[in-house]
Design a protein around this ligand. Structure first.
Ligand SMILES: [Zn+2]
Length: 331
């Protein structure tokens, strides 16, 4: 409503009048079914007669459409736009890759409703690069060189950030699939706490990667490199089911660590890790702004967190909370 005019012509008053907007329940058909819908109606403030406000009808239409698509789980127009952005592809090449008619995507973007089957296909393509990859390998010869190169690059990129070959990559992907907003900075700290808590709670080392005492706290260089392109923004990956890759015990530890630590942002997590012995000892002798790549050994992590576990009982939420409070207090 922000773009609408303040006053419009009232044909009843025959002058420009201010108006009020009410909602009125009405029945409307969508894709063969009837829906009740709250429609906005503008009336003249002076006489109560209905007036025409430019834009109001479009607003009603798009709101009704969005609501109906949502209720029936159809892809929204903005999600189709997201597909174009995600894979750096134009409307026509996307139509060709998906084996659709030349103008199909264009028509969907103009508001034409896809069949449920195509709607579901487009959803899957948006949610996982793997689906687009399948269509792309079947239809790549229908694209010109430039379009094909662009999609190729994107698919390679998504493959690199979503694939995993090692335990730490599974854990990282599990963290990135959680409901929390994770940046590369916070991811590094969360991996470190997962390493620590797996040791304390499971008496197990669940990955063997090198952890280094960077100026911003503990960092696992391989994982840091993998997600570097996100800078300090939230890392976004495709939804991946990792239930067959990680044991339920490990998942429980990660869930626990996330519930206790992922509620803090990367900077707070960095501050926390800076108050802990493993980082402090490894970083000893380095200035605040000095580049440091000293290793934080698993033994150092294990020894310190087992000690803290005796003091705070890190298997309970209140124990972890007391531990975090004590660290922040000590600063
Ligand atoms: Zn009027």
């Amino acid at each position: 409503m922000d773009n609408c005019l303040d006053k419009v012509l009232c044909t009843e008053c025959r002058s420009v009048q201010s108006y009020e907007v009410h909602t009125e329940q009405c029945m409307r058909a969508w894709n063969g079914k009837q829906y009740t819908f709250n429609k906005r109606i503008a009336v003249c403030s002076n006489c109560g007669h209905q007036v025409t406000v430019p834009g109001l009808n479009d607003l009603n239409e798009s709101e009704f459409e969005i609501k109906c698509r949502e209720e029936n789980d159809y892809i929204q127009v903005y999600e189709i736009q997201d597909i174009l952005i995600k894979y750096d592809v134009e409307k026509r090449p996307l139509s060709r890759v998906l084996g659709l008619g030349e103008h199909t995507i264009e028509n969907y973007l103009k508001g034409q409703l896809p069949s449920k089957r195509y709607s579901d296909m487009l959803r899957r393509v948006l949610e996982s690069y793997k689906y687009l990859q399948q269509y792309y390998s079947a239809n790549r010869d229908k694209l010109n060189k430039l379009a094909s190169e662009k999609i190729d690059n994107k698919l390679k990129y998504y493959e690199s950030i979503n694939s995993c070959d090692s335990a730490i990559e599974y854990v990282a992907l599990y963290i990135l699939n959680s409901k929390y907003e994770i940046t590369n900075m916070s991811l590094q700290k969360l991996l470190y706490y997962v390493e620590a808590f797996a040791e304390v709670l499971l008496k197990k080392r669940i990955f063997v990667n090198r952890c280094e005492a960077w100026m911003y706290g503990p960092v696992y260089p391989e994982i840091y490199e993998k997600y570097k392109t996100f800078g300090s923004s939230q890392i976004q990956v495709d939804k991946t089911d990792l239930s067959d890759r990680l044991s339920s015990g490990v998942c429980k530890v990660i869930d626990f660590v996330l519930s206790q630590f992922a509620i803090y942002n990367g900077v707070t997590l960095k501050d926390l890790s800076h108050s802990e012995e493993p980082w402090k000892n490894a970083h000893k002798g380095y200035g605040e702004k000095e580049h440091c790549r000293e290793i934080i050994t698993h033994d150092a992590i294990s020894e310190y967190f087992n000690k803290m576990n005796e003091k705070f009982d890190l298997s309970t939420e209140s124990g972890v909370k007391n531990y975090i409070d004590a660290l922040l207090w000590q600063k």
